[in-house]
Design a protein around this ligand. Structure first.
Ligand SMILES: Nc1ncnc2c1ncn2[C@@H]1O[C@H](COP(=O)(O)OP(=O)(O)O)[C@@H](O)[C@H]1O
Ligand SMILES: O=C(O)C1=C[C@@H](OP(=O)(O)O)[C@@H](O)[C@H](O)C1
Ligand SMILES: [Mg+2]
Length: 184
């Protein structure tokens, strides 16, 4: 694999809960030797409490307000890999920051697969409901068009194994770099 460290610009991951933004983002940043940020992690560090606690104390609206601020701060950095939270695309201001300040990759995964990945997880407040699959289907219905309008690339992950997805991601970045080198 040729070196990609020279690739300019930010890489931002978007997609639903469990799509792999945090895990793939972290691994990609290590591979590219870039700083990695996760907007949820940054919020936890800033507030000193967990995401479920922010939801409990301030509701989803309070969380979205904080998320909007942190996305503005993080997308203003250069040369980073950023994993956003699944709801980051809900606000037009976030969509504009992401779209204009970096290359946005949508990790597209159907709700049924996301359900299998997240069903034992207790850290995502929106999925602590009687029927999380139904919630994921509804979130997919509302958000999939927003992810698509924000993304520069859509990676169809489906049922692929983790390392196969990671390889597809590297291939996509490499093709993009070669195109940019060719155009430049
Ligand atoms: N093909 C895949 N791509 C990305 N993650 C995968 C894949 N298959 C399984 N996973 C698992 O799904 C989970 C995704 O969680 P996470 O990275 O926290 O997602 P997000 O930040 O998008 O909510 C991880 O445990 C990861 O190992
Ligand atoms: O989809 C959402 O609205 C949310 C996704 C979560 O991040 P992940 O997508 O990393 O799980 C986190 O920001 C919060 O629980 C809300
Ligand atoms: Mg995450």
């Amino acid at each position: 694999m040729p070196a990609m460290n020279s690739m300019a610009g930010n890489i931002f991951f978007i997609g639903l809960m469990g799509a792999g933004k945090t895990s793939l983002g972290k691994q990609l940043a290590a591979r590219l030797q870039r700083p990695f940020f996760d907007s949820d992690q940054a919020l936890c560090e800033k507030t000193g409490v967990s995401i479920p606690t922010i939801f409990e104390w301030e509701g989803e609206d309070g969380f979205r307000e904080r998320e909007c601020q942190i996305i503005d701060e993080l997308t203003a950095l250069s040369g980073i890999v950023l994993a956003t939270g699944g709801g980051a695309v809900l606000r037009p201001q976030n969509r504009a920051c992401l779209r204009e300040r970096g290359t946005v990759v949508y990790l597209h995964v159907p709700p049924e697969i996301l359900f299998e990945r997240t069903r034992h997880d207790r850290t995502r407040p929106l999925l602590q409901v009687d029927d999380p699959l139904q919630t994921l289907r509804e979130l997919y219905r509302v958000r999939d068009p927003l992810y698509r309008q924000t993304a520069h690339w859509v990676l169809d992950v489906g049922n692929d194994a983790y390392f196969s997805t990671f390889k597809q991601l590297l291939d996509m970045l490499l093709r993009n770099q070669q195109n940019a080198d060719f155009a430049g």
